[in-house]
Structures are given as C-alpha cells and as structure tokens.
Design a protein around this ligand. Structure first.
Ligand code: ADP
Ligand code: MG
Length: 140
C-alpha cells in the first residue's frame, strides 16, 4: 500500500490549552510522519473559505468565529490510508462520543471545541493541503 497525505489542524482550543506538543507526540506514536507544519492565525475570510462546504449549516458562523479566535497549527500528515487513519485517531466530532485513546476524547471539550480537524476524503485532503501549503513546503 502507498503512503498518502491528510490535512490536520490543531484548533484554537487545543493551542490555547498548550496541547500542541502532546498532540504531536500522540501522532508520531501512532505512526504518522509530519511532512509540513506551521502556526498561523486565520482571518475571517480565510476561515469562511476553508469551511465553505459548511456554509449552510446552523453552526457555520460560530465555527468561523471559533476558528479565528486564536492561533492554529496546520499540519500535513503522511501514513498508509492517512485520511481514514487520522479520522480514527481523531475520534468522533463530539468528544463525548469519541472512543478512548482518541485525540478528541483526550483533548476535546465539546462538539465545537474538539481540538483537531482532519480531512474527510483524499480529494478534500488534496484541496485542504494546498489551501495551507505550497509543494515546496512538503517534505518528499
Ligand atoms: P468533523 O470535524 O468531525 O469532520 P464536521 O465536518 O461535521 O465534523 O464539522 C466541522 C466542525 O464544525 C467540527 O469539527 C466542529 O468544530 C464544528 N461542528 C460540527 N457540528 C457542530 C454542531 N452541531 N455544533 C457546533 N459545532 C459543530
Ligand atoms: Mg469535516
């Protein structure tokens, strides 16, 4: 099987709580290679563009406000079946429903402040990676 990539975001709640280092350790222990990583703060326009697929959802405005409330860390993770594997490692959107030993169970607070984002398909992973990173920034 070939290595694939997915886009991860450590969200403002987890950065604020200083979980960044713990999340990196967890990811590396699970076998992900972090092939790119940067800390940044999204503007409203950027957050709206990133979550465009959710623009009709009732939680859209709150989600955008949350995602611009502080610094985030965007990461490109590489593993076999990276997208599906990272969805498993993150756990359910709602930390209360997430399995033990998942990032959202360990570091999430509620359905909005759930510590991490992960792409939901290979197609979206490609789009989301190029939203944050140029090819030059990815380790081959
Ligand atoms: P996931 O991040 O697990 O792929 P979604 O794509 O459905 O989940 O939602 C994107 C993000 O929007 C979630 O990670 C969470 O931060 C927020 N969110 C989702 N559902 C709700 C909700 N019912 N109320 C508030 N925020 C939500
Ligand atoms: Mg999603």
């Amino acid at each position: 099987m070939s290595l694939k990539k997915t886009l991860s975001i450590i969200k403002p709640d987890a950065i604020e709580s200083k979980y960044h280092g713990k999340i990196i350790d967890f990811l590396e222990n699970k076998g992900f290679k972090i092939v790119a990583q940067k800390k940044l703060k999204l503007s409203k326009v950027q957050a709206e563009a990133f979550y465009d697929i959710h623009k009709e959802r009732p939680f859209f405005k709150d989600l955008v406000d949350f995602m611009i409330s502080g610094e985030i860390v965007a990461q490109v993770l590489e593993a076999e079946n990276a997208v599906l594997f990272y969805r498993e490692v993150m756990g359910d959107t709602n930390p209360e429903k997430a399995e033990n030993d998942t990032l959202r169970k360990l570091y999430g607070t509620n359905i909005q402040c759930n510590a991490v984002h992960g792409s939901d398909s290979d197609e979206n992973a490609t789009k989301e990676i190029s939203f944050f990173f140029s090819n030059l920034e990815l380790i081959n």
